[in-house]
Unconditional design. Sequence first.
Length: 733
Amino acid sequence: MCCVFCLVSFVVATGRSASCWRVVIRPTTQPLINMMALCKSTAIVVVAILSTASAQIECDVVCGVREYAVESADLCGWECVTCPPGFECGGGTCGEAVACGAGELSTGNALTCDSCAAGQYSPSEAASECLNCTAGYSCSAGASSATACTAGTFTSAPRASACVACDDGTFAAHSGATRCLDCPAGHECSDETAAPVACSAGNYQNATNATECLTCPVGHACADPALTPLACPAGTFSTAGQSSCAVCSAGDFCVDGATAACDPGKFTGGGYSACLDCAEGQFATSAGSSECDLCPEGQECNATHGVVGSCLASGGHATEGAGNCSECAPGRFASGTATCDLCEAGYFCPGGAVNATACPAGNFSVAGQTACADCPAGLYQPDNTSTACLSCPGGYSCSETTAAPVACDPGEWAPNGSSTSCLPCPAGFTCPDSAMAAPVECGWGTYASPAGQSECTECPEGSSCTSTAETPVACTGDDYSPAGDAACHACPEGFACAAGALGSQCDPGEYSNYGSGTCTACGTGKACPSANNATSFAAGGFPCPPGFLATTSADGVDECTLCPVDYACPSERLETATQCVAGTYALGGAVACSPCPAGFACTASVLTACDAGSYSLEGNETCTTCAAGELCYSRGELPQTCPNGTYSDAEFFESCWPCLPGYTCDFGVLGDPCPVGDIVIGQGVVGVNFTLECTPCPAGMTCNISDPVHAYPCPEGYYSPAGAINCTICPAG
């Protein structure tokens, strides 16, 4: 009963079916033996022991090579299966799978594990494949790890079985190198396991992969140990093993790195490749001279022997350092000393002159001249030894440079300066005297035409002379003009006017109206008494007409007199005339004062033409000076404003000048210069709304201060912000 219970307990404990009842007792089943021994105890104790039992079916299957035993899927026995990857299987009874060790592998179905091939390694057990050894490492066959190449060795590709030693002139200073580095120029690499060693001063190596540095040769410098030695330039030298060439000492010369002393008669300063000959007038009597001595003043010298004679004995001259006696240079003359004196002004001295020669009349010279210069045309000099020519005075002509000036005749003039001939007096001007330096403008009521007049002619009766430079113009109709008057006037009442002349008063029984110029018989029923009749203008008599004043003569006779100059007599019976107001005038016999004509100033009925650069309008008392920005074409018209973009000033009132570069000109006035960085740009239509404006220089352009009108594009690689003067190089990136 106990055995049955134990068997049931075994089935329950192991989970095996009742058909798998056979139990094999192995050394590891001691707890089960103990359980069976205690079957006589209580069921509770047996069940407790069974819970700890380990029961297994005996493995007695025989496996072939490359197989191992495993329990069957139904857990009722054992079976053989193929050896898995990473293991080796020797077969036999209940054969086992043994894991491959480090450095080994199997891909499955293996009798034994294989060692990793050279160049591969396996760091752990049960490997089914080996890892490739990476560059910089080596792996021998069966390796369990990769070994880093030691300094001085390398591998450049994976799966290397051994590291390769660096070639001469290359190095690998650290372990695990994938390549050896070339020894750079300027270094030596005698130990392939160490970093390159720089060549010491005075040594060099201009090749790569060198195992040693070379000594810099004689006559060469090795400032950069990585470059080919440089031959010492002319005037320097070096010994072997030098990093630089030394400058050749003064008094020596250096060729191909060698130095030697200069011979007598030669010299050098420091750094020469050849000795220099002493210049003429210098000498060096010893070898190795660093300079030559100057031949003393008045002496003759040999380059190698020094002073050999004196110039005084031959009557010559020599300055210090001349070395040889010579004649005086042109522009100088001998003075019996060791030097020549400078030829004085007013004299000339050709080469080798013993004495200075005086300049003749019509010539001049400054100091040190070899010949006298002729006076320019229009200048003169009547004396010898002159240092300058004289300016021809105003009013004179100087056609002969050797003669005194000749005075201009009346009707001619000449400005101050250099006139070779006199000029005709211009029309409208008079040159009444001889030697006139400026013509005199004709006054009101006179004229001078054509050019070359010696006096202004009074405007004749019956003519007007509105321009002093033109011939008189005859009065028209019944107008008249007295001699010396510049304008024609309407004939006054009671007078006859013919051919521009004011005639006599009308005869008794005749009359004339203002401006008619003709006396007409008195009509029927009318009386026209004589001007000499004592009762003619008495009370109740006949009145004096306009343009006349009623006056009483010294003998008590009443009579009509012509209205005086600068007064107007506008009505009859006047005893007092009305004085002309400012801006008007009257020349006598005037019914009304006339407005001052355009282009003239009127003062007390004296008409004066406006000067150039001034103007007046009709009725103006005085002339007005043209202002800056105005253009005065005519003296009798308002000035015009210069167009925008042009200007004028008080000295140039007859022309408008283009605006200066870099300035603006508004309403004819020159403005301030544009700020630096601006240019001047014209806007609008010329003559309509044209203006000049200061505008900042556009971005990407340059505006030079010397050319404030044009902007130029920045070249490629440069830029500029607006208002910049210069372009700036673009920054990196």
